[in-house]
Write a protein that binds this ligand. Structure first.
Ligand code: DAH
Length: 355
């Protein structure tokens, strides 16, 4: 067995191996326990030292040559395999994706996004507060003392426990207090969120949604309030013929206070927002009471502001034509499929805030 002849023979077989299985068979025939190269290595033991000096290097060179030829061929075969797979496997990105169950965006979420988009454009940030609120933030700081009849009007859920009474917030107005306590004016915020009152019929649910607005700055007056509400309602209802009527009213936390009515008219037999055939109330608002500003540690002689609050669910009902509030929170899939929005219908001022 001449090492050079053996090497030539194995190199030919290695080159001819067309897959990893065939290559492994060559490896066993050469380097396995009973392989030819192994047999040749074993002959070294019986050689004289002189023979070993001349034959040893040749046999070792043979083993190395065969080992590295097999390794190189293995890499080549593996790459070939990958190339072949890449050439045959295809993903057709133009095929429609399989049907997936599609969720939809609840009208309340959609309207909150619309409001956020509109007010962000006017420079308002979004503020938040806790839904479990203390009596001071929900009432006292807002100039609603314990004896005030407004407390009874709020149908408050009280939370049992020691210490200062806690309530489920009855309105988003406590976020006004939290913001004025935490930030220096000028302040421009909206605060959308859940509120709770013990009340239930077709237009009231124990949990519902409000949005609060608050502006605190120097020399703020009712004109700023009216312009802001007009601009907001025109953007929200996507009509230029929105007519507002500010009616004198009373809220403990504003002075003067105004309830805001929006005009409606009949179009194709349906009552729509716009025009002034009739009026409906959409907002409470007013100039922030100096006592509320002082309760938050600000000087009312330096800082004034306006505030407003309204029901998000009610705005959604008006804009998208639902008439039973309870359905909003029933979790009925048929309702949400009908009234829900695609997650792609992101409200933008440029694209239209209405979907
Ligand atoms: N918090 C009032 C409510 O829940 C709504 C409201 C009225 C908020 C007037 C205001 C406001 O900020 O100025 O009925």
């Amino acid at each position: 067995m001449d090492p050079e002849q053996l090497q030539l023979g194995f190199e030919r077989q290695i080159a001819a191996a067309s897959d990893l299985g065939a290559l492994d068979a060559v490896r066993v025939a050469a380097l396995g326990k009973a392989g030819d190269v192994t047999a040749l290595l074993k002959t070294l033991g019986a050689m004289t030292p002189d023979q070993r000096t001349t034959e040893g290097p040749k046999i070792n060179a043979l083993r190395e040559a065969v080992t590295s030829a097999i390794a190189a061929r293995r890499v080549a075969l593996e790459n070939d395999g990958l190339d072949r797979r890449l050439a045959t496997e295809r993903v057709d990105l133009s095929l429609p994706s399989p049907e997936l169950p599609q969720g939809s965006v609840h009208p309340v979420s959609q309207v909150m996004d619309e409001l956020t988009e509109i007010f962000a454009d006017l420079g308002f940030a979004v503020a938040e507060g806790p839904e479990i609120e203390d009596d001071w933030h929900n009432f006292s700081a807002l100039n609603i003392p314990e004896t005030h009849p407004a407390r009874a009007m709020h149908d408050t859920f009280y939370i049992a426990g020691e210490g200062e009474p806690r309530v489920l917030r009855t309105h988003t107005s406590p976020v006004q207090i939290r913001t004025m306590m935490a930030e220096q004016p000028p302040i421009r915020i909206i605060a959308p969120g859940r509120v709770y009152r013990s009340d239930s019929d077709s237009t009231h649910t124990p949990m519902f949604h409000q949005i609060e607005g608050l502006v605190i700055d120097r020399k703020i007056h009712m004109g700023h309030l009216k312009w802001t509400l007009e601009t907001f309602l025109k953007a929200f209802f996507e009509r230029d013929d929105i007519v507002l009527r500010l009616r004198p009213s009373y809220f403990p936390f504003t002075e003067p206070s105004a309830e805001v009515d929006v005009g409606w008219s009949i179009e194709k037999g349906r009552r729509v927002v716009g025009g002034s055939q009739g009026w409906m109330e959409v907002l409470g608002s007013g100039m922030v009471h100096p006592r509320v500003i002082a309760n938050c540690g600000l000087d009312p002689d330096e800082w004034q502001g306006f505030a407003f609050g309204t029901g998000v669910d009610r705005l959604a009902m008006l804009k998208y034509g639902m008439d039973d509030l309870r359905a909003f929170f029933d979790g009925d899939l048929r309702w949400i499929k009908h009234y829900g929005f695609s997650f792609l219908e992101v409200p933008t001022l440029s694209g239209g805030v209405g979907a």
